[in-house]
Design a protein around this ligand. Structure first.
Ligand code: MN
Length: 170
């Protein structure tokens, strides 16, 4: 693929950025068209089938942001951003239509997150920003293992507190 080429719909990207801001959270971003639809997941994703994790819809990001790892010096989101996982995502059906309907069934092919997931908008209390991220029961689901324990960047292999210097501790 040449630089700047539009990415194919057969190769939609996802990224999960661990974000040590005022509150630690994980930003799940799924490519829909030319943007990254984004959710902040306070407790992070789970690979245990059926475990529900709150995922709060936040503003779309540009596709380029999937490559960002580093320090946001100040302003909104100030803190450290790590590329915790990255890969391809595959929606069941049309991604934009699924997003609009408030129920997205999809598979992830990352280094940490794999297999089927669902994102379901809750609508409770009219708070349409709130979705639930749920791992589907499949051969990739695990139990008794916390995927968040794999806590290094899939790009730099750095821990989050090593990202500001860019160097692993001795
Ligand atoms: Mn964030």
């Amino acid at each position: 693929m040449t630089a700047g080429a539009k990415r194919s719909d057969e190769n939609l990207i996802f990224v999960v950025q661990k974000h040590a801001a005022r509150n630690l959270h994980y930003d799940l971003r799924l490519q829909v068209g030319d943007v990254l639809r984004s959710w902040a997941v306070p407790k992070g994703p789970s690979m245990e089938a059926g475990t529900k994790r709150l995922a709060v819809a936040v503003e779309d990001h540009a596709l380029d942001y999937a490559d960002f790892e580093g320090v946001i010096a100040d302003g909104y989101g100030a803190g450290i951003v790590m590329i915790w996982d990255r890969g391809a995502w595959c929606p069941r059906g049309d991604a934009a239509a699924a997003h609009d309907s408030g129920a997205i069934a999809f598979t992830l092919d990352g280094q940490k997150l794999k297999g089927g997931f669902r994102l379901v908008r809750t609508r409770m209390g009219g708070k349409d920003k709130n979705w639930l991220l749920i791992k589907s029961a499949d051969g990739h689901a695990t139990s008794g293992v916390d995927v968040l324990d794999m806590d290094r960047s899939v790009v730099s292999n750095l821990a989050i507190d090593e990202i500001p210097t860019g160097k692993a501790r001795e």
